[in-house]
Design a protein around this ligand. Structure first.
Ligand SMILES: Cc1ncc(COP(=O)(O)O)c(C=O)c1O
Length: 347
Protein backbone atom coordinates (compact mmCIF):
# COMPACT_ATOMS: atom_id res chain seq x y z
CA UNK A 1 0.00 0.00 0.00
CA UNK A 2 1.15 3.54 -0.75
CA UNK A 3 -0.24 5.41 2.21
CA UNK A 4 -0.87 9.03 1.29
CA UNK A 5 -3.57 9.68 3.90
CA UNK A 6 -1.45 11.96 6.10
CA UNK A 7 2.07 12.99 7.05
CA UNK A 8 1.24 11.87 10.60
CA UNK A 9 1.69 8.22 9.54
CA UNK A 10 5.48 8.13 9.43
CA UNK A 11 7.39 5.46 11.30
CA UNK A 12 10.49 6.55 13.23
CA UNK A 13 13.55 5.79 11.10
CA UNK A 14 16.24 3.38 12.42
CA UNK A 15 18.52 6.38 13.14
CA UNK A 16 15.74 8.15 15.04
CA UNK A 17 15.10 4.98 17.04
CA UNK A 18 18.80 4.89 17.90
CA UNK A 19 18.65 8.50 19.13
CA UNK A 20 15.65 7.53 21.26
CA UNK A 21 17.53 4.55 22.70
CA UNK A 22 20.56 6.70 23.60
CA UNK A 23 18.54 9.52 25.22
CA UNK A 24 19.68 10.72 28.63
CA UNK A 25 16.49 11.28 30.62
CA UNK A 26 15.25 12.66 33.95
CA UNK A 27 12.07 13.86 35.59
CA UNK A 28 10.68 16.39 33.15
CA UNK A 29 8.16 17.85 35.63
CA UNK A 30 11.10 18.82 37.84
CA UNK A 31 12.88 20.29 34.78
CA UNK A 32 15.52 17.56 35.27
CA UNK A 33 15.32 15.92 31.86
CA UNK A 34 18.39 17.20 29.98
CA UNK A 35 17.07 16.09 26.61
CA UNK A 36 13.76 17.93 27.07
CA UNK A 37 15.63 20.99 28.35
CA UNK A 38 17.86 20.94 25.28
CA UNK A 39 14.86 20.57 22.96
CA UNK A 40 13.11 23.51 24.64
CA UNK A 41 16.25 25.65 24.23
CA UNK A 42 16.68 24.72 20.57
CA UNK A 43 12.94 24.95 19.93
CA UNK A 44 12.75 28.56 21.16
CA UNK A 45 15.58 29.50 18.82
CA UNK A 46 14.01 27.56 15.96
CA UNK A 47 10.70 29.41 16.38
CA UNK A 48 12.16 32.89 16.94
CA UNK A 49 10.87 33.13 20.51
CA UNK A 50 12.42 33.52 24.00
CA UNK A 51 11.32 30.18 25.41
CA UNK A 52 9.49 27.03 24.39
CA UNK A 53 7.67 24.30 26.32
CA UNK A 54 7.57 20.65 25.22
CA UNK A 55 4.11 19.07 24.96
CA UNK A 56 2.69 15.76 23.76
CA UNK A 57 0.48 17.18 20.98
CA UNK A 58 -0.13 20.26 18.86
CA UNK A 59 -3.77 20.29 19.93
CA UNK A 60 -2.65 20.77 23.52
CA UNK A 61 -0.22 23.49 22.40
CA UNK A 62 -3.01 25.37 20.63
CA UNK A 63 -5.39 25.05 23.55
CA UNK A 64 -2.80 26.23 26.08
CA UNK A 65 -1.96 29.18 23.83
CA UNK A 66 -5.58 30.24 23.60
CA UNK A 67 -6.02 29.91 27.34
CA UNK A 68 -2.98 31.98 28.31
CA UNK A 69 -3.79 34.73 25.79
CA UNK A 70 -7.41 35.30 26.81
CA UNK A 71 -10.00 35.46 29.57
CA UNK A 72 -13.35 33.62 29.63
CA UNK A 73 -15.94 35.59 27.66
CA UNK A 74 -13.41 36.91 25.12
CA UNK A 75 -13.75 36.41 21.37
CA UNK A 76 -11.24 34.54 19.19
CA UNK A 77 -10.90 35.17 15.44
CA UNK A 78 -9.83 32.19 13.37
CA UNK A 79 -10.33 31.03 9.78
CA UNK A 80 -13.59 29.06 9.52
CA UNK A 81 -11.93 25.78 8.39
CA UNK A 82 -8.90 25.97 10.69
CA UNK A 83 -7.93 22.96 12.80
CA UNK A 84 -8.79 24.94 15.96
CA UNK A 85 -12.27 25.53 14.56
CA UNK A 86 -13.05 22.09 13.12
CA UNK A 87 -10.92 19.49 14.82
CA UNK A 88 -10.31 20.41 18.45
CA UNK A 89 -13.75 19.49 19.79
CA UNK A 90 -14.82 23.03 20.59
CA UNK A 91 -11.81 23.27 22.91
CA UNK A 92 -11.69 27.10 22.87
CA UNK A 93 -15.19 27.19 24.42
CA UNK A 94 -14.66 24.25 26.75
CA UNK A 95 -11.18 25.09 28.06
CA UNK A 96 -11.02 28.86 27.79
CA UNK A 97 -14.64 30.07 27.66
CA UNK A 98 -14.01 31.70 24.28
CA UNK A 99 -16.53 32.79 21.69
CA UNK A 100 -14.94 31.62 18.42
CA UNK A 101 -15.70 33.69 15.33
CA UNK A 102 -14.90 31.86 12.08
CA UNK A 103 -13.61 34.20 9.38
CA UNK A 104 -14.26 33.37 5.73
CA UNK A 105 -10.91 32.36 4.27
CA UNK A 106 -9.48 32.32 0.77
CA UNK A 107 -6.86 29.58 0.51
CA UNK A 108 -6.97 29.45 4.31
CA UNK A 109 -6.07 33.12 4.64
CA UNK A 110 -7.96 36.21 5.76
CA UNK A 111 -7.10 39.90 5.58
CA UNK A 112 -6.33 42.61 8.14
CA UNK A 113 -9.60 44.29 7.09
CA UNK A 114 -11.53 41.16 8.11
CA UNK A 115 -9.85 41.27 11.50
CA UNK A 116 -10.58 44.96 11.99
CA UNK A 117 -14.23 44.45 10.96
CA UNK A 118 -14.63 41.97 13.85
CA UNK A 119 -13.14 44.15 16.58
CA UNK A 120 -15.94 44.78 19.03
CA UNK A 121 -16.57 47.60 21.47
CA UNK A 122 -14.37 46.68 24.45
CA UNK A 123 -16.22 49.07 26.72
CA UNK A 124 -19.57 47.32 26.20
CA UNK A 125 -20.89 45.11 28.98
CA UNK A 126 -22.88 43.08 26.40
CA UNK A 127 -20.36 42.17 23.74
CA UNK A 128 -17.59 39.59 23.94
CA UNK A 129 -14.41 41.64 23.37
CA UNK A 130 -12.21 40.49 20.51
CA UNK A 131 -9.02 39.43 22.27
CA UNK A 132 -7.00 37.25 19.96
CA UNK A 133 -6.37 36.13 16.40
CA UNK A 134 -5.01 32.79 15.22
CA UNK A 135 -3.63 31.94 11.82
CA UNK A 136 -2.79 28.44 10.56
CA UNK A 137 0.36 28.13 8.41
CA UNK A 138 0.42 25.92 6.46
CA UNK A 139 -3.35 25.69 6.35
CA UNK A 140 -4.40 22.06 6.51
CA UNK A 141 -7.92 22.01 5.08
CA UNK A 142 -7.07 24.56 2.38
CA UNK A 143 -4.60 21.95 1.05
CA UNK A 144 -1.37 22.76 2.87
CA UNK A 145 -1.46 26.35 1.62
CA UNK A 146 1.13 28.87 2.73
CA UNK A 147 0.64 32.42 4.00
CA UNK A 148 2.92 34.81 2.06
CA UNK A 149 5.34 36.51 4.45
CA UNK A 150 3.94 39.98 3.81
CA UNK A 151 0.43 38.76 4.70
CA UNK A 152 1.69 37.20 7.93
CA UNK A 153 3.42 40.47 8.79
CA UNK A 154 0.29 42.47 7.97
CA UNK A 155 -1.90 40.35 10.28
CA UNK A 156 0.62 40.61 13.11
CA UNK A 157 0.90 44.39 12.61
CA UNK A 158 -2.90 44.70 12.72
CA UNK A 159 -2.98 42.70 15.95
CA UNK A 160 -0.34 44.97 17.48
CA UNK A 161 -2.14 48.12 16.35
CA UNK A 162 -5.44 46.99 17.85
CA UNK A 163 -4.03 45.37 21.01
CA UNK A 164 -5.01 41.85 19.98
CA UNK A 165 -2.94 38.81 20.84
CA UNK A 166 -1.64 36.76 17.89
CA UNK A 167 -1.21 32.97 17.89
CA UNK A 168 0.33 30.94 15.07
CA UNK A 169 -0.85 27.36 14.64
CA UNK A 170 2.37 26.30 12.96
CA UNK A 171 1.77 22.57 13.22
CA UNK A 172 3.33 22.47 9.71
CA UNK A 173 5.35 25.67 10.04
CA UNK A 174 8.46 23.99 8.62
CA UNK A 175 6.60 23.25 5.38
CA UNK A 176 5.62 26.93 5.15
CA UNK A 177 9.17 28.08 5.86
CA UNK A 178 10.65 25.76 3.22
CA UNK A 179 8.22 27.06 0.60
CA UNK A 180 8.95 30.70 1.55
CA UNK A 181 12.71 30.02 1.55
CA UNK A 182 13.16 31.35 5.11
CA UNK A 183 13.83 29.94 8.58
CA UNK A 184 10.82 29.01 10.70
CA UNK A 185 11.95 31.74 13.12
CA UNK A 186 11.32 34.39 10.48
CA UNK A 187 7.64 33.43 10.44
CA UNK A 188 7.25 32.63 14.14
CA UNK A 189 8.99 35.58 15.75
CA UNK A 190 6.19 38.16 15.42
CA UNK A 191 3.54 36.14 17.25
CA UNK A 192 2.78 36.04 20.95
CA UNK A 193 2.67 32.23 20.82
CA UNK A 194 3.59 29.60 18.23
CA UNK A 195 2.68 25.91 17.98
CA UNK A 196 5.00 23.46 16.21
CA UNK A 197 4.18 19.77 15.71
CA UNK A 198 6.89 17.10 15.46
CA UNK A 199 4.67 14.22 14.37
CA UNK A 200 3.89 15.54 10.88
CA UNK A 201 6.52 16.33 8.24
CA UNK A 202 9.28 16.14 10.86
CA UNK A 203 8.58 12.42 11.19
CA UNK A 204 8.52 11.91 14.99
CA UNK A 205 6.18 9.53 16.78
CA UNK A 206 4.79 12.39 18.89
CA UNK A 207 5.68 15.73 20.42
CA UNK A 208 4.96 19.43 19.97
CA UNK A 209 6.18 22.79 21.21
CA UNK A 210 4.52 25.98 22.29
CA UNK A 211 6.81 29.00 22.19
CA UNK A 212 6.57 32.62 23.33
CA UNK A 213 8.02 35.11 25.85
CA UNK A 214 9.43 33.93 29.21
CA UNK A 215 6.39 35.42 30.90
CA UNK A 216 3.90 33.62 28.67
CA UNK A 217 5.84 30.35 28.88
CA UNK A 218 5.66 30.49 32.69
CA UNK A 219 1.90 30.44 32.21
CA UNK A 220 2.18 27.74 29.54
CA UNK A 221 4.02 25.49 32.04
CA UNK A 222 1.10 25.86 34.42
CA UNK A 223 -1.25 25.18 31.50
CA UNK A 224 0.73 22.08 30.62
CA UNK A 225 0.21 20.70 34.10
CA UNK A 226 -3.41 21.80 34.13
CA UNK A 227 -4.10 19.95 30.87
CA UNK A 228 -2.34 16.83 32.18
CA UNK A 229 0.56 17.21 29.75
CA UNK A 230 3.40 17.39 32.26
CA UNK A 231 5.38 14.20 31.70
CA UNK A 232 8.25 12.40 33.40
CA UNK A 233 11.13 10.80 31.43
CA UNK A 234 9.93 12.54 28.27
CA UNK A 235 13.49 12.82 26.93
CA UNK A 236 12.74 9.48 25.23
CA UNK A 237 10.48 11.45 22.89
CA UNK A 238 12.40 14.73 22.92
CA UNK A 239 15.43 12.85 21.58
CA UNK A 240 13.43 12.02 18.45
CA UNK A 241 12.44 15.69 18.12
CA UNK A 242 16.06 16.85 18.44
CA UNK A 243 17.03 14.27 15.84
CA UNK A 244 14.32 15.67 13.55
CA UNK A 245 15.57 19.25 13.97
CA UNK A 246 19.02 18.06 12.89
CA UNK A 247 18.02 15.70 10.08
CA UNK A 248 14.43 16.16 8.92
CA UNK A 249 13.99 19.88 8.31
CA UNK A 250 15.72 20.40 4.96
CA UNK A 251 14.42 17.13 3.55
CA UNK A 252 10.84 18.43 3.70
CA UNK A 253 11.69 20.04 0.34
CA UNK A 254 11.74 16.47 -1.05
CA UNK A 255 8.15 15.93 0.14
CA UNK A 256 7.14 19.12 -1.65
CA UNK A 257 8.89 18.06 -4.87
CA UNK A 258 7.15 14.68 -4.71
CA UNK A 259 3.75 16.31 -4.18
CA UNK A 260 4.39 18.49 -7.23
CA UNK A 261 5.47 15.49 -9.32
CA UNK A 262 2.35 13.60 -8.22
CA UNK A 263 0.05 16.53 -9.02
CA UNK A 264 1.61 17.14 -12.43
CA UNK A 265 1.55 13.43 -13.30
CA UNK A 266 -2.11 13.21 -12.35
CA UNK A 267 -3.02 16.38 -14.24
CA UNK A 268 -1.24 14.99 -17.36
CA UNK A 269 -3.34 11.84 -17.01
CA UNK A 270 -6.54 13.93 -16.98
CA UNK A 271 -7.28 13.73 -13.26
CA UNK A 272 -8.91 16.85 -11.76
CA UNK A 273 -6.11 18.42 -9.75
CA UNK A 274 -5.72 22.13 -9.02
CA UNK A 275 -1.98 22.57 -9.60
CA UNK A 276 -2.03 26.05 -8.07
CA UNK A 277 -3.09 24.52 -4.74
CA UNK A 278 0.08 22.42 -4.47
CA UNK A 279 2.41 24.64 -2.46
CA UNK A 280 3.70 22.09 0.05
CA UNK A 281 3.11 18.35 0.60
CA UNK A 282 -0.66 18.11 -0.06
CA UNK A 283 -2.32 17.22 -3.36
CA UNK A 284 -6.10 17.64 -3.51
CA UNK A 285 -7.95 15.60 -6.11
CA UNK A 286 -11.59 16.15 -7.07
CA UNK A 287 -13.07 12.67 -7.48
CA UNK A 288 -16.69 13.70 -8.07
CA UNK A 289 -19.84 12.93 -6.07
CA UNK A 290 -19.09 9.29 -5.17
CA UNK A 291 -16.08 10.03 -2.99
CA UNK A 292 -16.44 6.94 -0.82
CA UNK A 293 -16.54 4.75 -3.94
CA UNK A 294 -13.47 6.48 -5.35
CA UNK A 295 -11.53 6.00 -2.10
CA UNK A 296 -12.45 2.30 -2.18
CA UNK A 297 -11.26 1.88 -5.78
CA UNK A 298 -8.04 3.76 -5.02
CA UNK A 299 -7.46 1.31 -2.18
CA UNK A 300 -8.03 -1.62 -4.57
CA UNK A 301 -5.27 -0.10 -6.73
CA UNK A 302 -2.95 0.08 -3.69
CA UNK A 303 -3.24 3.79 -2.86
CA UNK A 304 -4.69 5.19 0.38
CA UNK A 305 -5.96 8.78 0.46
CA UNK A 306 -8.12 10.67 2.95
CA UNK A 307 -11.13 12.97 2.86
CA UNK A 308 -11.12 16.78 3.11
CA UNK A 309 -13.74 19.33 4.19
CA UNK A 310 -14.77 19.63 0.52
CA UNK A 311 -17.32 16.85 -0.20
CA UNK A 312 -15.90 15.69 -3.55
CA UNK A 313 -12.21 16.19 -2.78
CA UNK A 314 -9.66 13.68 -1.46
CA UNK A 315 -6.19 14.43 -0.22
CA UNK A 316 -2.85 12.76 -0.96
CA UNK A 317 -0.07 13.81 1.41
CA UNK A 318 3.63 13.10 0.85
CA UNK A 319 5.92 12.40 3.80
CA UNK A 320 9.09 10.73 5.03
CA UNK A 321 7.91 7.22 4.15
CA UNK A 322 6.95 8.05 0.55
CA UNK A 323 9.68 7.55 -2.05
CA UNK A 324 10.07 8.69 -5.65
CA UNK A 325 9.13 5.15 -6.74
CA UNK A 326 5.94 5.32 -4.66
CA UNK A 327 5.01 8.54 -6.44
CA UNK A 328 5.61 7.01 -9.88
CA UNK A 329 3.45 4.03 -8.91
CA UNK A 330 0.72 6.35 -7.61
CA UNK A 331 0.84 8.43 -10.80
CA UNK A 332 -0.09 5.22 -12.68
CA UNK A 333 -2.52 3.76 -10.14
CA UNK A 334 -4.64 6.81 -9.28
CA UNK A 335 -5.83 7.58 -12.84
CA UNK A 336 -6.55 3.85 -13.31
CA UNK A 337 -8.81 3.83 -10.24
CA UNK A 338 -10.46 7.14 -11.05
CA UNK A 339 -11.10 6.26 -14.69
CA UNK A 340 -13.05 3.32 -13.38
CA UNK A 341 -14.91 5.70 -11.05
CA UNK A 342 -15.71 8.00 -13.99
CA UNK A 343 -16.78 5.03 -16.13
CA UNK A 344 -19.06 3.79 -13.37
CA UNK A 345 -20.45 7.31 -12.94
CA UNK A 346 -21.20 7.50 -16.69
CA UNK A 347 -23.13 4.23 -16.64
C1 LIG B 1 -2.99 22.64 11.52
C2 LIG B 1 -3.01 21.64 12.63
N1 LIG B 1 -2.95 22.06 13.89
C3 LIG B 1 -2.95 21.21 14.92
C4 LIG B 1 -3.02 19.86 14.71
C5 LIG B 1 -3.07 18.93 15.91
O1 LIG B 1 -1.98 18.08 15.98
P1 LIG B 1 -1.93 16.87 17.03
O2 LIG B 1 -2.50 15.71 16.31
O3 LIG B 1 -0.49 16.75 17.36
O4 LIG B 1 -2.74 17.25 18.22
C6 LIG B 1 -3.10 19.36 13.41
C7 LIG B 1 -3.18 17.91 13.16
O5 LIG B 1 -3.44 17.44 12.09
C8 LIG B 1 -3.11 20.27 12.33
O6 LIG B 1 -3.19 19.87 11.08
Amino acid sequence: MIDLRSDTLTQPTPAMREAIARAVVGDEQKREDPTVNELERRGAEFLGQEESVFLPTATMANQIALQILSRPGDALLVEQHAHIMLSELGGPAAHSGLLTIGLHGTRGRFSPDQVVAEIRDRTSVHVAPTRLVTIENTHNSAGGRVWPLEEVDAIVATCREHHLAAHLDGARLVNAAITCGVDSARIGRGFDTVTLCFSKGLGCPLGALIAGSHELMDQARRGKHFFGGAMRQAGIVAAACLYALDHHVERIADDHARARRLAEGLADAGVTVDLEQVETNFVQVDVGPDRAGAIGRLKEQGVLVSTTVHPSVVRAVTHLDISDDDIETAVEAIPRALTRTAALRAR
